[in-house]
Design a protein around this ligand. Structure first.
Ligand code: ADP
Ligand code: MG
Length: 261
């Protein structure tokens, strides 16, 4: 069986406007394994969201290809679920009507799927809040609701674009770990974009570092952390954490240092 379910090969992309051309991605190549958690980090404006949109199939690459190798040998592109920076829960809908919104729009309100949503509401501790409005939920609960809405559609690949950056720092530490733990339980493949190195190290199996625009892959770093306990912050206290941080920091700031010299 091929090692990667998705393989990006020399992906390039530029935006064209009346004012000219912006080269966003250049020769991006890497693979994604089934069930793997990959974090993509890079400076602001380097092309991370563009790359995610290409993986999601929302943008067509200008050059390069994406190869698909499903574990079952089928050729369909994995069904993608997308979670963005703002949870985009609608205040005029209850929590329940928010989490079934995707199913409603896609005409997929089947008994089986609604049952799955109900189970997730119970598992994620939101069942008693189903008739509340989003503003009555904590930041962590809103993220869990946004996750249920995404999972309801049965995605095989989850793409998260800086999904926690609207939360304050302390909430973010636990909410990001909580949401990723829940996603791990689903055994789905995940790609998360973040500009937070610590977040990338604590959540991912592998970190891909992009250069400043046009984004190229500067380094891929596999992450193995020794967790002392089961707590949400255990990854951040792992003995290897600081060393990974230093390695990523070196690569990320290499260009700036060169410019200063
Ligand atoms: P990141 O997510 O890493 O912050 P983006 O992928 O959003 O970066 O953007 C990469 C570059 O492409 C930026 O310089 C941005 O200004 C430019 N860009 C993004 N979207 C568009 C667009 N629709 N039209 C023109 N330029 C864009
Ligand atoms: Mg972005």
């Amino acid at each position: 069986m091929p090692e990667h379910i998705l393989e990006l090969k020399k992906i390039g992309y530029s935006y064209h406007s009346l004012h000219g051309e912006t080269l966003a991605l250049k020769d991006i190549s890497f693979g994604i394994k089934d069930g793997e958690f990959v974090a993509i980090v890079g400076p602001s404006g380097c092309g991370k969201s563009t790359l995610l949109s290409i993986i999601a199939g929302l943008l067509a690459p200008e050059s390069g290809t994406i190869l698909v190798n499903n574990p079952d040998g089928s050729l369909h592109y994995p069904r993608v679920g997308y979670m963005l920076q703002h949870d985009h829960l609608f205040e005029w809908r209850t929590v329940y009507r928010n989490v079934i919104l995707g199913l409603e729009i896609n005409h997929l309100l089947t008994e089986e799927r609604l049952e799955y949503v109900n189970q997730l509401l119970i598992d994620y501790g939101l069942d008693q809040f189903r008739d509340k409005r989003p503003s009555e939920l904590s930041g962590g609960m809103k993220q869990r609701a946004a996750l249920i809405r995404t999972l309801a559609l049965g995605p095989e690949l989850l793409l998260l674009d800086e999904p926690f950056s609207a939360l304050d720092y302390q909430t973010r530490l636990t909410v990001s770990a909580d949401i990723c733990r829940l996603i791990r339980q689903t055994k789905k493949t995940m790609i998360i974009v973040t500009h937070d190195l610590s977040e990338a190290i604590s959540l991912a199996d592998r970190v891909i570092i992009l250069s400043a625009r046009p984004a190229t892959v500067k380094k891929e770093l596999p992450i193995r952390l020794t967790l002392q306990d089961n707590s949400l912050l255990a990854a951040r206290y792992a003995p290897e954490f600081q060393d990974y941080f230093s390695q990523l920091w070196e690569v990320l700031t290499e260009e700036e240092r060169r410019e200063e010299e």
